[in-house]
Structures are given as C-alpha cells and as structure tokens.
Design a protein around this ligand. Structure first.
Ligand SMILES: NC(=O)c1ccc[n+]([C@@H]2O[C@H](COP(=O)([O-])OP(=O)(O)OC[C@H]3O[C@@H](n4cnc5c(N)ncnc54)[C@H](OP(=O)(O)O)[C@@H]3O)[C@@H](O)[C@H]2O)c1
Length: 332
C-alpha cells in the first residue's frame, strides 16, 4: 500500500513516501480500516522531530486521526460490517496512541482495535470526521468539561488559527462568549474575525491589548482582564497570559507549542487567585457530540487543505511553519 513512513527522527523530510509498504492484517478483535481521510496535528511535528522522554518505536506511520471504511474484520469482531463508515478513536486501549506508538493513518489502510470504532453519522464527511479527534476532541474537553466556559465570559484564545484554536473559537462563540483571538498574522486575524471572533490582537505585549479592551485586572475587585485564557502555546506567552486574566480567571492549557518549561510568576497566581486547568485528550462522548453538531449543521471544522499521501511531509512542514489555518487533511 501507499504510506508515509518515519524511519528516523529529525527534520520533517525524514518522513518517506513508500509506494509498496506492507499492508496490515486484522487479528482477533482487530479491524482494518480503508483510510478515506487522516488529519495532521502539531503532534506530528513532535513525532517527526522526536520528543524528550517519549520513545517512539520506529519505523512508524504517523497520522493520529483516521476516518474511513471498515475493510476487514478480525475473528470475534461483532456489530460491524465491511463498508461501514467509521471514525477511529486514536487511543488503542492498552497499547497507546496510533500515529505515534502504533502505525496511524497516513496510509491506504490502518489497523485498530474494534473498541476504537465510532460510527460516522449521515451528513458528516470523512474529512470532517478525521479533523475531530485530537484537535477538536481535546478543545471540546478543555473548553467545557475542564474549562467550564460559560455564556457571556470574555475568552482570549492564543494560537487561535490552528486545529485546537479554531475549534475553541467555534465553541466559545457557540456558547455566547466574547472572544479575543491572537495570531502573528493579520490575514489569520481577518479570517478568525470572519468566523465570528470579536477582537483580534498580535502576540507582542498582548496583555496590554487586553488591558486596552477590558481594563487592567484589579487585585481587589473582579474588574479588568478576561475570564479565560486558552494557552497551549507556553513559552514566552505564559506570564503575559497571567497578566491578562481577571481575578479568579482560568488559564486552560493542553500543550506547549513554543516551549513546555516557561518562566512563571507565582505572584499573579496567588494575588489574582488564578486557576490553571490542564486538559489531556478527549473522551468518546466529546467526539460523538462534535459529529452530531456537524450532522445537525451547527458547526463545521475548518479545513485549510486536502493533500495526497505523497504530500504528507509538505503538510506537516506547513504546520511547523505556521502556514495553516485550521486543519490539513490527507486523503489517500
Ligand atoms: N494534550 C493533548 O491532548 C493535545 C491535543 C491536541 C493538541 N495538543 C497541543 O496543542 C498545541 C496545538 O496543536 P494544533 O494541532 O492545534 O497545532 P496547530 O494547528 O499547528 O496550531 C498551533 C497554532 O499556534 C500558533 N503558534 C503560536 N506560537 C507558535 C509557535 N512557536 N510555533 C508554532 N505555532 C505557534 C500558530 O498560530 P499563529 O501563527 O497564528 O500564531 C498555530 O496556528 C500543540 O502544542 C499540541 O501538541 C495537545
């Protein structure tokens, strides 16, 4: 089968296109899925480069998010038929994350456990379904289950133009929040405003832009600043995020694209009674809820580009270079 295979960590160009890679075979309890769409995530940049503390078994086919048709059922699998449209929950119970610890979706076929299958409802395309698990699923859990984002709150979203970020914008606007988005690029800010964002700001001294909009947070009253900062960027954006939050505000994080060990300033945490809430991954119900929202016409994931497997490395480089708005989908 055609596949994008990583043999060695390093630059993204290490991801090699193979025209005749070995096809998977379903064992007991397993299913082979004919991949119709697989979406890229910033995680694929980390997988290609290698992450401190995480040993990826190589070679591996990246691609965490997979949607496709059931192609082969292993012994003992019931409730599914060949041809069923499915979204694959990327976490294989007891084994790890597909597209990182196990082969993933940047191929014509992939192997998973039957436990990972979620039926795609009518009205949801393969590309839409494949855009959901890692980015949108995590955003849904972070904003609602862990973040408790409510109508009328002021929400600042850093990295708003990416996979996780665009979903946070969609969900916050759906909830009736006032949304401030941050980006390095005016054209991305314009597109985010087209999606409904209320204010767009650049990263440079962004806490001051927030003070300009809402006033400087007051340490005794609850005036000034935003209720929520969504920050999966880390690095230099961490302390300014604290300065942008009102007293009692929440900082939601699920990642650290620009650095996981930023300088911090504890004074802001106690003086302003800040709450830092982490989120990791998603639950099946997050994915089912998101697919139902698409089926009902309440939202649609933002897809920037669809590329063939041969261009998977080019797609991951676009993420690395911050050239993407929303998601990149790889469609074999
Ligand atoms: N814990 C979990 O379960 C989980 C799940 C999903 C994602 N994550 C993490 O969340 C982060 C975002 O993932 P994603 O897939 O949404 O990424 P993405 O699509 O590449 O979006 C990241 C956005 O962050 C902005 N950004 C700010 N500083 C950056 C920098 N130094 N390098 C690159 N981009 C930067 C970029 O927008 P501008 O260019 O407009 O600034 C970009 O659009 C990643 O760190 C990822 O590992 C964690």
């Amino acid at each position: 089968m055609r596949a994008a295979v990583l043999y060695e960590h390093g630059p993204i160009d290490n991801l090699t296109f193979e025209a005749n890679y070995r096809e998977p075979k379903a064992g007991p309890g397993e299913v082979v899925v004919k991949v119709k769409a697989s979406s890229l995530n910033y995680h694929d940049v980390f997988t290609c480069q290698g992450m401190p503390g995480i040993k990826v078994p190589l070679p591996v086919i990246p691609g965490l998010d997979v949607a496709g048709e059931v192609a082969e059922l292993g012994a003992g699998v019931t409730g599914w038929s060949v041809g069923d449209p499915v979204l694959v929950n990327p976490i294989w119970p007891g084994k790890g994350l597909m597209g990182e610890m196990l082969d993933g979706g940047l191929a014509e076929y992939c192997l998973c456990s039957a436990e990972q299958l979620i039926r795609i409802p009518t009205g949801v395309t393969y590309a839409q379904a494949a855009s959901l698990p890692v980015a949108y699923g995590t955003a849904h859990r972070m904003m609602f289950d862990n973040g408790g984002v409510k109508a009328g709150e002021r929400v600042l979203i850093l990295g708003a133009s990416g996979g996780v970020g665009t979903c946070c914008v969609i969900l916050a606007k759906m909830m009736g929040c006032e949304v401030v988005v941050a980006s390095q690029s005016q054209s991305k800010l314009d597109r985010l405003k087209d999606m409904g964002a209320d204010h767009g700001i650049f990263y440079d001294k962004f806490e001051r832009s927030i003070w300009g909009l809402y006033g400087k947070p007051h340490r005794r009253t609850y005036d000034g600043g935003v209720d929520v900062v969504v920050n999966f960027t880390g690095g230099d954006s961490w302390v300014p995020s604290m300065k942008a939050c009102k007293r009692g505000g929440r900082i939601l994080t699920c990642g650290a694209t620009a650095g996981f060990d930023p300088k911090t300033d504890l004074r802001y945490i106690w003086t302003f009674e800040l709450q830092i809430r982490g989120s990791n991954s998603w639950s099946v119900s997050d994915l089912e809820t998101l697919m139902q929202m698409i089926a009902d016409g309440r939202m649609s994931p933002i897809i920037d580009k669809e590329l063939p497997i041969e261009e998977a490395a080019a797609g991951i480089k676009m993420l690395e270079n911050r050239e993407v708005f929303g998601k990149v989908v790889i469609a074999p």
